[in-house]
Write a protein that binds this ligand. Structure first.
Ligand code: SF4
Length: 248
């Protein structure tokens, strides 16, 4: 049985904007993105929203629903009561382009700052061998769909524009950790995690883990282990000596 739901959607652009009220029909089994599409089809044809797969795998339809970072395609209408007003706003951490669409180029700039996978010199085809346990460790991080919800919720940049230059954010600190854990990667990452990617600014509140639609344990399995590796390098005298002698 369908019902009329009350929606409040942020409309605007880089110059100005505000919340606008709509009443939209909701049918059984629908998600918030269905309602946005119905709004476009019936009342607001110029409403801008970014989306693609509608299956929780492309990471495009990231926004905030009732103030929580969410994928619009994975947020079921059944999680709200029929008399609840559902508020949909663009991701707050990134500049608005129009309506629900934000400019997420900050993330691509951060991705480019990370040195790519660097194998030892002279390793030939067929010699890239690693243990299954090492394969499995990075498998979790590889589930990332780059929705940037973790970047959006991270308070280091959400309320502090001034930190953006010096902080890669959870998604990209996780990438640094993944590469540092890779047994065939020889790049120096522990110093740069601290000096270039701002690992020290993360105070492990786990907000990123809470919003990840892939349930990646970003804090426990990437950020905390990376902090431990950095601390070992700098503060454990035996590791420090070993690093001086053997460098990894
Ligand atoms: Fe999205 Fe999770 Fe990847 Fe962050 S780690 S970008 S929340 S899938």
């Amino acid at each position: 049985m369908g019902y009329d739901a009350k929606f409040r959607i942020w409309r605007g652009d880089t110059d100005a904007g505000g919340l606008e009220d709509y009443t939209v029909v909701v049918n059984e089994g629908e998600v918030v993105l269905d309602i946005i599409h119905r709004l476009q089809a019936t009342q607001a044809p110029d409403l801008a929203v970014r989306w693609n797969c509608k299956a929780g795998k492309c990471g495009s339809c990231s926004a905030e629903v009732n103030g929580r970072p969410k994928l619009l395609c994975m947020t079921r209408m059944s999680t709200f009561t029929e008399d609840e007003v559902v508020t949909v706003t663009p991701m707050r951490t990134f500049p608005v382009i129009r309506d629900l669409v934000t400019d997420v180029s900050f993330n691509y700039a951060k991705a480019r700052e990370i040195q790519s996978f660097t194998p030892p010199e002279g390793l030939g085809p067929g010699e890239y061998r690693m243990k299954q346990v090492d394969v499995q460790r990075s498998q979790e991080f590889r589930k990332c769909i780059e929705c940037f919800l973790c970047q959006d919720t991270c308070h280091v940049v959400r309320d502090h524009e001034e930190n953006k230059q010096n902080f890669a954010g959870p998604r990209f600190l996780m990438r640094v950790a993944e590469l540092d854990m890779h047994p065939l990667d020889v790049a120096e990452r522990r110093d740069t995690a601290r000096t270039e990617h701002g690992l020290g600014l993360c105070n492990i509140t786990k907000c990123c883990t809470d919003v990840c639609p892939e349930q990646i344990k970003i804090t426990d399995n990437a950020l905390i282990p990376m902090k431990e590796r950095v601390a070992d390098r700098h503060y454990d005298p035996l590791v420090w000596l070993g690093n001086k002698l053997f460098r990894r």
